[in-house]
Ligand binder design. Sequence first.
Ligand code: C2E
Ligand code: CA
Ligand code: CA
Length: 573
Amino acid sequence: QAREAYSSEMLRYMPVGLVVVGPVGNIEFVNHQFEVMTGWEQSDVQDESALWRHLCVDAQQHATLLQRLNIGRCEVVPTGVNMPAMEYQLRSKSGQELTMEVSGRFLGGRILLSFVDVTQRKAAEAEIRWLGFYDNLTQLPNRRLLLDRLSEALTRSQRGHAGRGALLLLDIDNFKSLNETLGHQHGDALLRLVATRLSNCIAGRHTLARQGGDEFAVVLEDLPTDALEAGRYTEQMGRSILEALRTPFYLGNQDFHVTVSMGAVMFCGAGDSVEELLKRADLALYQAKSAGRDTLQFFDPSMQKAVSARVEMEKDMRLALERHEFDLFFQPQVQRDKVIGAEALLRWKHPTKGFIPPGVFVPTAEESGLILPLGEWVLYAACRQLAHWAQNPALAELTMSVNVSPRQFYQPNFVEQVQQALQVTGAKPSLLELELTEGMLLTDVEDTIQKMVQLKGIGVMFSLDDFGTGYSSLSYLKRLPLDKLKIDQSFVREVVTSTNDAAIARSIIALGNSLGLQVIAEGVETEAQRVFLAKNGCSYWQGFYFSRPQPAAEFEAWAHAYGAEGKALSEAG
Ligand code: C2E
Ligand code: CA
Ligand code: CA
């Protein structure tokens, strides 16, 4: 008797929650500890479904629990078999989240469920894990996690699953003296603020970590496979960091200017180790410091050179825009003996480097975004020229082709920009022709079509430049409201010597005709090429055979002469 009493007391007060589920799912017994832990009393949980409904946080977990219990309930499972302990996220009556280890023991139709509360242990474990991998001050990954991520990134890039990567080390310039003037408390606050600004620059798969002290590190992943492009991306990231820190930090009633120095090293595939990378990035960082701080320095000298040249050119280009060093040249487009228009081609007259061709600076302008002001300038200059020609009867009908860069075209207000250029200059919209390339049309076909349709609505024409080099799929060509195809000069060059290029040129002409588009050949340099094209049904031409691109005045003189000569020719025969 006494023994029964004390074992029932023991059941009630043992530090494990116990619930006995009866053969028909009724709850036969709930011990005191269960009630204390969960807040649910026996009267709340009359049957099993009420029990789990109360306890389970999500339906998924509810389902797996029931499934496991039902397996145990099958008759084939002999008495005494255990349902092994598993962790579940449960909820107390007051709504508190509990991590519980739940195990079951099957006793002839009954299930003895035991509940052990491991919430605190779990929280402590998470805390330890956090402390081990995260920095307490900034909440960023710490050096240990950085090494981890770096080695993972290296492995990934070695296996060829991802593109290139880069490691950037950065260090706040003069932090020591700042820290001394500010006091340590403000010094800490500054580090936290810097961390926040940095994390706003770094998104996606990239990792920002605090190495310790005033040193931060960034691991960039999934960079382009092309080394130079990856370098440029890294450089851009570095610059956006320098930029983000330009705004002073406000601390203790004072503004503080903070700059950082950065060392970068690129990695890709085999041959690099984490230690080696850190060493190189550190060396580059040291060079950045000695180069005068507030800069980014690459470990790889050739990368540094390529990137510096680009930075230099960008700086020059900004100045060039202000100093009006850009100019437009015009190359005639002819139809047999008639000048019908001109293509505006950008020229940069650099004060010391002389003339720089667009093939050199347009890609950099694209990448840096400078193409936007530059492209706008081209648009206005070309329209001004059109308006000027309108006053001269001999030139009034000429069309003007303007090259449009992808980035320029993708601007949400591109249509308005063109409209405005036309309006401000008074140029006739139907004489303006925009040259697009195939690649840029495929990025967002719907948006492209919409923009083109809007501009066509006011009379602007479209020509597809460098045709034949891109994706040339009929299905999209048919959908785009184009006026003209431009056979790429690479096919024209060999059109009389290569049967392959001749065939391509012929099929482009046929394609254009079938779609009701004008076809113009560019890069016509010889009489033989011109004759071939004419014979094959293409009588719109542009190229050195007629004229090189020239300044406006020369172009106008040329057009007058060609017109006269052309008339003479046609009168003669
Ligand atoms: P593109 O649009 O294909 O321009 C034709 C290029 O071929 C021009 O080079 C022109 O001078 C050259 N060319 C013309 N006829 C002949 C010929 O008979 N033989 C040979 N070998 N070449 C010929 P350019 O002026 O150096 O322009 C190069 C590229 O720069 C252009 O290629 C265009 O993609 C880009 N570009 C030029 N101006 C602008 C502009 O204002 N905006 C943008 N976004 N890009 C421009
Ligand atoms: Ca062009
Ligand atoms: Ca072209």
